[in-house]
Design a protein around this ligand. Structure first.
Ligand code: BGC
Length: 514
């Protein structure tokens, strides 16, 4: 495939590369990193709605779930139960901070390997869990794994990909996440029908499969040219660049990478640097994009779709089936983003997806409100319940081609090398923190805010859509090391980027700014 759409920002260089089998295969394997995250996202909701699991570890919730008098909105409200889901994200938050150093010093692939390894141990703890402590320790280990993988994989993909196809490649991460979710929901569907404790053990224990896939993947993957240069292997980096770009004519890109690395080496403190005014756009974006991604409310669906569907009066099997359907829709719709993100750009997808999510959330909230009212009692007819599932699918589709993949793509492509690992660490930890909050608070919020919860998330979707419209410049086809020109040309961010920044090295810039 010939590359080279013309960038919209004046002065930005366009490299013209073909898609080589090597880069395709490498990124395909690299994207496995998303599987562990996805598998976990998809498995916990189903497991927490399985009766034998609740009986074994959360008998109080189990009793409440069975009670005919319980308010529908509050059936599953238990801090301990949500802690099971959310503890993983706290661990991921913490580990992403260490992972940033490992990713920088030892390369992206070793960070992925470590991610797979800790995830593997965590899956064993969970599969064989005898008590809550074992469950939680397992979850924490899984979280460490997710933190390492989420830190390194998006950066790996963005650096490997030809600039003109970076969006599509990076979206491979999200495809893998959703694939992991779908596989997990299918497994849950079958294991939920098993008698006794074996079902949930299989669901949790099978997390070892994606873990092994990443470990093997990481062992055979080459490191990115950027990382090789960063660690002093310039010759190897050039050969790697030539082989992944499928041509010997890589001098221009190679020189850009060398320059970027030289500059970044002189910049000693990525964490202090990112606070400098000239990196304000990256700092704000890497904080706000993951924050907003979580405030779309997507994980209410991801984690608790089976619980939510049971709340709507579906049987346990029908709930798991509906969760599977929403997962498959999400997977298919993520491909829309893969095929359009480098053509139409990030902004169009963000804005269109935002509007679609907004409309469907309002409709879902209104329907649940009408049917269950504030008291949370009542029954919902089959037709209405199906309509709600359809609306949830429309909402999920909107997320799947906008905030889902772009929430990972944009933060990983906007930062220059000298702050990249710090920026990605912020991105992952903010994402994990709000994933944790939503996971921890959702069931309580549903219990107290009732159908208003959907309006709560809709409100944030309005804010984030306006934010993107005003603050995010288009970054499609812009080589990562040339991103400064895009900020410079932006109506608001331009004031933070000194004129020389588009031509001058980071080290010189730092001296000027201090
Ligand atoms: C988000 C997750 C979400 C997943 C699937 C990812 O991009 O970061 O929080 O669960 O998409 O919807």
């Amino acid at each position: 495939m010939a590359g080279g759409f013309v960038s919209q920002t004046p002065g930005v260089r366009n490299y013209n590369y073909k898609l080589t089998p090597k880069v395709f295969v490498t990124c395909f394997i690299g994207a496995f990193g998303g599987l562990i995250f996805g598998y976990d996202l998809g498995i916990s909701g189903g497991v927490t709605s399985m009766e034998p699991f609740l009986e074994e570890f959360f008998p109080y919730v189990h009793k409440k779930m069975k009670s005919a008098h319980e308010n529908e909105y509050c059936r599953f409200d238990s801090q301990l139960l949500t802690l099971f889901t959310s503890s993983l994200y706290v661990a991921a938050l913490i580990s992403s901070l260490f992972a940033s150093t490992i990713t920088r010093v030892f390369g992206r692939k070793w960070s992925m390997f470590l991610g797979g390894f800790t995830f593997f141990i965590g899956s064993a703890f969970n599969g064989f869990a005898q008590n809550i402590a074992m469950l939680l320790i397992g979850r924490i280990l899984l979280g460490f794994g997710v933190g390492f993988a989420n830190q390194s994989v998006p950066v790996y993909l963005s650096e490997m990909a030809p600039p003109n196809l970076r969006g599509a490649f990076n979206n491979g991460f999200q495809v893998a996440i959703i694939f992991g979710i779908v596989v997990a929901t299918i497994i849950n569907y079958f294991t939920a029908q098993m008698k006794g404790n074996i079902g949930w053990r299989i669901s949790l224990g099978l997390a070892c499969v994606p873990a092994v896939m990443i470990m093997i993947g990481a062992l055979i993957l080459p490191d990115t040219p950027n990382s090789l240069i960063e660690r002093g292997y310039s010759e190897e980096a050039k050969k790697m660049l030539q082989s992944i770009r499928g041509t010997d004519e890589v001098d221009e890109e190679f020189q850009d990478l060398i320059d970027a690395s030289e500059e970044s080496k002189q910049v000693k403190h990525p964490w202090r640097n990112i606070l400098l005014p000239r990196y304000r756009p990256q700092l704000i974006m890497t904080c706000f994009i993951p924050f907003f991604q979580q405030l779309t409310g997507i994980n209410v669906i991801t984690f608790y779709a089976p619980v939510l569907f049971q709340t709507l009066g579906f049987g346990s099997k029908a709930s798991l089936l509906s969760a599977m359907v929403t997962g498959i829709i999400e997977l298919l719709c993520t491909f829309v983003s893969v095929f359009t993100v480098d053509r139409f750009g990030r902004r169009v997808l963000f804005l269109q997806g935002g509007i679609q999510m907004l409309i469907s959330q309002i409709a879902i909230g209104a329907m649940i409100g009408v049917k269950f009212g504030v008291a949370g009692t009542g029954n919902i007819g089959k037709g209405d319940a199906n309509l709600i599932v359809a609306l949830i699918c429309i909402y999920v589709a909107g997320f799947a081609w906008s905030w889902g993949p772009l929430g990972w793509l944009v933060p990983s492509e906007i930062s220059p090398l000298e702050i990249r690992s710090a920026a990605q660490a912020i991105n992952v930890s903010v994402n994990m923190f709000f994933t944790f909050l939503v996971a921890q608070l959702f069931l309580t919020m549903l219990c107290h805010m009732k159908f208003g919860l959907f309006f709560f998330f809709a409100f944030f979707v309005v804010i984030m859509t306006i934010f993107i419209y005003l603050m995010l410049p288009e970054t499609k086809n812009v080589p990562i090391e040339e991103m400064n020109r895009v900020w410079k040309a932006h109506w608001f961010w331009g004031r933070f980027i000194p004129d020389e920044a588009v031509n001058m090295g980071a080290a010189e810039m730092q001296q000027k700014s201090v």
